[in-house]
Design a binder for this molecule. Structure first.
Ligand code: GDP
Length: 295
């Protein structure tokens, strides 16, 4: 299960804290050292860990927690609150302020972009929207086919232009199609590559300026830990993404990506992929994630 070892480690630190009637500064320091180690082992970004530990320690010392009647509980509460804050406090919403909401899906191959595009389509359809999916990965015919299959399963129409290899053209045509067919959400599944390269970024930038999306959602694979965070940082720098879809949280990820992405990029995780099925998508709730981590 995801976060298992992090949850175990933190659990044992907290057990020690709870067991003490009084906590000295040295006890707190020792506990924070263990929390730090656990977070680093969970592949949380080093700087994020450092800031996190400093934040928790400052609050614990500043709020006279150690003199209180239940110092252990209070420290645990601070850790919980800070974990939520780290992941963004509140559930991040999508921007539906425009007549047609264009969601541009970006990411590296294999991260789960096509699956997530479809899942988001299905999720929004359930909320009463009229989404279409757009096959704009012009390099891999298999990606288009995959989108058509999943679109059909969900009853979400898929727009594609078989004779075109111009992703910008396809995206623009999809918007026209949407306004003619009263679709209010256009989800564009763009090409992914194995690595970030200039060509990919150029194409994505061109699509972005052609369709001016309300959302640019980057799909990253939680299992890849620090790599996911580095990928997020690069995409954000180049495209100014609006949020992240963190996939494969159902696997036994150590959790580093979930805990670092927001702090490193400043952009929230908006959805979590929880499995291979097309219904396995949830809005990302920082508080629920924190309680999962803290057990
Ligand atoms: P793309 O290349 O980024 O478009 O990736 P795909 O959408 O084709 O997904 C790659 C693989 O990851 C597929 O086998 C998906 O079923 C799988 N996948 C995607 N999201 C999730 C998830 O949240 N959990 C799990 N377990 N598998 C996922």
């Amino acid at each position: 299960m995801a976060f298992e070892s992090l949850a175990d480690r933190l659990g044992s630190v907290f057990k020690k804290l709870r067991g003490k009637g009084k906590i000295s500064e040295a006890d707190l320091k020792e506990a924070m050292k263990e929390v730090k180690r656990a977070l680093l082992e969970a592949d949380v970004n080093f700087k994020v860990v450092k800031d996190f530990i400093n934040g928790v320690s400052e609050k614990a010392l500043g709020q006279n927690v150690l003199e209180s009647l239940t110092p252990g509980q209070q420290v645990i509460k601070i850790v919980n609150d800070e974990l939520c804050a780290l992941m963004g406090k509140e559930t991040a919403k999508l921007d539906f302020s425009r007549k047609i909401t264009v969601i541009m899906m970006v990411g590296l191959q294999g991260a789960g972009k096509t699956t997530s595009s479809a899942k988001i389509g299905g999720f929004l359809k359930k909320q009463g929207k009229r989404p279409i999916l757009v096959a704009a990965d012009v390099y891999r015919p298999a990606a288009k086919k995959q989108l058509k299959v999943v679109g059909e399963q969900l009853g979400v129409p898929v727009f594609s232009i078989d004779e075109s290899t111009d992703a910008v053209f396809i995206a623009k045509k999809a918007l026209e199609h949407a306004s003619q067919n009263a679709n209010d959400v256009v989800i564009i599944d763009t090409a992914g590559r194995l690595h970030i390269d200039e060509e990919l970024m150029e194409e994505l930038k061109n699509i972005k300026s052609a369709v001016e999306p309300s959302e640019i959602l980057l799909t990253v694979d939680a299992m890849t830990g620090q790599d996911a965070v580095n990928v997020a940082q690069s995409f954000n720098k180049q495209l100014d993404i609006t949020g992240v879809v963190l996939t494969k949280l159902d696997g036994d990820t150590r959790g580093g990506a979930a805990l670092s992405v927001k702090a490193v990029t400043g952009k929230p995780i908006k959805f979590a992929g929880m499995g291979e099925k097309l219904t396995d998508l949830e809005p990302f709730h920082p508080d629920r994630m924190a309680s999962r981590i803290l057990g």
